[in-house]
Ligand binder design. Structure first.
Ligand code: FES
Ligand SMILES: [Fe+2]
Length: 380
C-alpha cells in the first residue's frame, strides 16, 4: 500500500454533519463536514484510549470522542478534556492526525501522507464528469482480495475472453495484438484491440442493425495509487469505468466505481448500467479472491509476465521505485483486521512534518517508512 497520495475515500453525497467512518491503507478515519460544509478527515483513533471518534458526535467544527468526551477541532487538536477542571491546560500531545481533503468528481479525497502541498502527486483528470454528454453512476462492492490484485485485474485485457466471456469478452478470439504503453510518473495508458461478442439485452436493442466490428479499441489506464480506467467504445457509444481500489486491509478491498455512458443518458437506464457493472465485478471476484500469493510479490521475477501484461509490469516497476522512496505501508502499519495488538500506528499527516518536535509527542506513532514492513517480503 502506498502513502503520500490523494485517495478517493467516499462518495461526497454520503458525508454530512454526522461522523462517517472510512477505511483506507489499513487505517480507520472519520469524515465529517464542519459548519461551513468543508470536509474534515481525522485519524479515527482517539489518543486517550483509542476510542473510535466516528462513534462520537460533531458539534460545530469539533468532534467529541464517545468514551470520555475529549473534543477535537477540525485540525485534530484536542480543545476540551471534560474530566479536567477548566484551569488545567490540555497536553500538547493531545491531538490526532488531520489529513488534507478536497472534493472532486463527486468524491471526497484525503491526502494520506505528510508531503507538503507542492510535492503531492496529482489527482487524475476525469473529463467526463463535467461533460454534459455523459451520465454518471456510482457503484461499490467489497472484494476479499488485496487491492493490488483487484487493481491489476482491471488493466489486464487478456483475462477478458475467459472471465467475461458471457459479458464483453469473446472466447473465440483471445489473442491480444501488441500495444504500446504510454507512461508518466503517475499513470500508464494503452489502447488495446479486443474482439467483442454481440451485445445483449437493452444495449443490444440499440445495437441491432449496426454492423458488428471485428475489433473494438479499449483504452486501459492506471493512475497511482489505486485507480484504473476502462474505456470501451461500443457501436452505440462510449462506456467508461473509473475503478477506485480502496485497501481496507491487506486482504479486503472496497471497489468504488464511477461509471460514465454517453448513450441512454436518462436516469431510467442507471439501474441497468449498475447491473452490468455488477455482473462484471461478480465475474472477477472469485478469480481475484483465489489468487495466491494474496499479496503482489515485490520481486518482478516472482511471477511470469508475457507481452499482454505490459500495463501490470509498468505498475510493478513504478511501485518498486516508490517503495525505495519509503512510501510503502504494510505489516505493522496495518491496524485493521483481526489480529489483536499492543501498538497502533497511523499514517503521518503533514502537521508532523511541520512540527518535528510535536511529531514524536504523538501517542499513536507514525511510521515514516524507508523500507517495507512486511516481514514476509522485501523490496528490490
Ligand atoms: S478514549 Fe477518547 S476520550 Fe477517552
Ligand atoms: Fe475483469
Amino acid at each position: 500500500m502506498l502513502k503520500n497520495f490523494w485517495y478517493a475515500v467516499e462518495f461526497s453525497g454520503r458525508v454530512g454533519r454526522e461522523p462517517r467512518k472510512v477505511t483506507c491503507l489499513g487505517q480507520d478515519f472519520v469524515l465529517y463536514r464542519t459548519a461551513s460544509g468543508a470536509v474534515t478527515c481525522l485519524s479515527d483513533l482517539c489518543v486517550h484510549r483509542g476510542g473510535a471518534l466516528s462513534m462520537g458526535k460533531v458539534n460545530g467544527d469539533c468532534i467529541t470522542c464517545p468514551y470520555h468526551g475529549w473534543q477535537y477541532d477540525a485540525d485534530g487538536v484536542c480543545v476540551r478534556i471534560p474530566a479536567n477542571s477548566p484551569e488545567r491546560s490540555i497536553p500538547r500531545k493531545a491531538r490526532v492526525d488531520a489529513y488534507p481533503t478536497l472534493e472532486r468528481y463527486g468524491m471526497v479525497w484525503a491526502f494520506l501522507g505528510d508531503l507538503p502541498e507542492a510535492e503531492r502527486p496529482p489527482i487524475p483528470e476525469i473529463p467526463e464528469w463535467d461533460d454534459p454528454a455523459f451520465r454518471a453512476v456510482e457503484y461499490e462492492m467489497v472484494v476479499d482480495a488485496n487491492y493490488e490484485r483487484t487493481f491489476e485485474n482491471v488493466v489486464d485485457a487478456s483475462h477478458t475472453p475467459f472471465v467475461h466471456g458471457t459479458a464483453f469478452g469473446n472466447p473465440d478470439k483471445p489473442e491480444i495484438p501488441d500495444f504500446r504503453v504510454q507512461q508518466t510518473d503517475w499513470s500508464a495508458e494503452a489502447d488495446i484491440e479486443l474482439s467483442p461478442p454481440p451485445p445483449k439485452g437493452l444495449w443490444g436493442l440499440l445495437f441491432r442493425g449496426k454492423p458488428r466490428p471485428e475489433y473494438v479499441t479499449v483504452t486501459n489506464a492506471w493512475y497511482l495509487p489505486n485507480i484504473v480506467k476502462l474505456h470501451v467504445r461500443l457501436p452505440i457509444g462510449d462506456l467508461l469505468l473509473y475503478d477506485f481500489n480502496i485497501p481496507l486491509s491487506q486482504d479486503r478491498t472496497l471497489v468504488k466505481i464511477l461509471g460514465f455512458r454517453n448513450f441512454f443518458t436518462g436516469g431510467w437506464a442507471d439501474a441497468n448500467t449498475r447491473k452490468r457493472i455488477e455482473k462484471i465485478l461478480l465475474q472477477d471476484r472469485p478469480v481475484v479472491e483465489s489468487q495466491r500469493p494474496e499479496l503482489l510479490p515485490f520481486d518482478l521475477s516472482d511471477e511470469l509476465h508475457v507481452r499482454s501484461d505490459a500495463l501490470q509490469v509498468a505498475y510493478r516497476r513504478r511501485r518498486t521505485q516508490l517503495i525505495k522512496q519509503g512510501w510503502w505501508v504494510g505489516g505493522d502499519d496495518v491496524i485493521t483486521g483481526d489480529a489483536p495488538r499492543r501498538t497502533a500506528t497511523v499514517i503521518a499527516s503533514p502537521a508532523r512534518r511541520d512540527n518535528p518536535e510535536l511529531a514524536s509527542a504523538w501517542v499513536h506513532k507514525a511510521r515514516n517508512g524507508g523500507q517495507p514492513h512486511d516481514p514476509a517480503g522485501s523490496a528490490q
